[in-house]
Design a binder for this molecule. Sequence first.
Ligand code: HEC
Ligand code: HEC
Length: 289
Amino acid sequence: MPISGRDRGGRGDAGARPAGSRPAGDSRSEAGRLAAGRGRVARGLLHGLLACFLTPCAAVAQVDDAAALAEQGPRLYEEHCALCHGSEGEGRPPAVPALRGNERLGIAARTIRFIRRGAANMPPFPALAAAEVTALARHVRTAWTNDFGGVAIGDVAAVLDERTDAGETASVWDGVFTEAQAARGRDVYTGACGLCHGRRLNGAPDDPDMRSTPPLARARFLREWEGRSLAVLLAFTRLTMPEDNPGSLTDEEYVDVIAYMLSVGRMPAGGELPTDSRRLAHVLIGQRP
Ligand code: HEC
Ligand code: HEC
């Protein structure tokens, strides 16, 4: 049954995150939308609990819970997963596996672990609450042609160890790269990215005959990437860029380019940006606070 001591791990997880560590509490921000979504799930559970006085608890909670999760799943997937796995779960073979028709999703615990912890080239998502991981796992196991069955919050709580998974989030505005990294990144950028993304990182190539590309800094970039972590940016860039030779740089070079992208966006320098995606997963992209 979905309401149990363990299930509350979902809300405990969300609550463990210091409110101030989120990017500005702008209601249009993804973080804001996620928080609102979490609120909806929490409210659904609360209604379930209140209704327990009137009807058998489990039945009511299950209905409310399922409705809230069904609503959240597709939205969270579009925000966090479609970038790599595609809106229809088609993936980007061979770099990113398809999720549609993927028999490996048949094992619920494995799906949950992938979402939270990631893998070699899959970024981890430590900032998602257990309720959000539940909604995502359920969505990818039941969307498109998939028919692997639902996932209850209790399943997620059983797989995840909140003590090791929860962590504080930081923002790209907190001083997360060094001047030296940005300076090295500028050279890497000029050699490996500038031809397509433009000298000013605005997506306008210097050669007018070349097609335009997405901007890699400033307002439009931030809007597009808001709420995603630097682990997602690193993994996506390493898997797909430079477009003509993906994965051809070292991790240090990719991270240096990211430092340069942030510095062009006027984010302050500070401590060293790590290459470890488990640490990068705690640094969220967002508007200037
Ligand atoms: C930056 C690109 C990227 C993003 C974003 C991403 N994934 Fe992945 N995902 C991958 C890659 C690459 C793999 C294969 C990893 C491996 O096997 O080492 C993978 C593997 C998986 C698997 C295991 C599939 C299998 O065949 O074993 C699942 C499940 C999964 N991802 C779900 C998700 C969900 C849900 C999200 C959104 C919360 C997500 N992924 C976001 C790149 C990504
Ligand atoms: C040969 C041209 C080319 C080169 C070189 C190239 N890119 Fe790209 N890049 C593209 C194109 C085209 C897209 C849009 C891809 C799409 O929409 O699927 C893109 C998209 C991106 C995106 C996603 C932006 C968004 O908001 O969707 C990032 C990040 C990125 N590139 C980073 C880099 C970095 C970093 C380098 C250098 C290491 C680089 N690219 C080199 C052509 C290139």
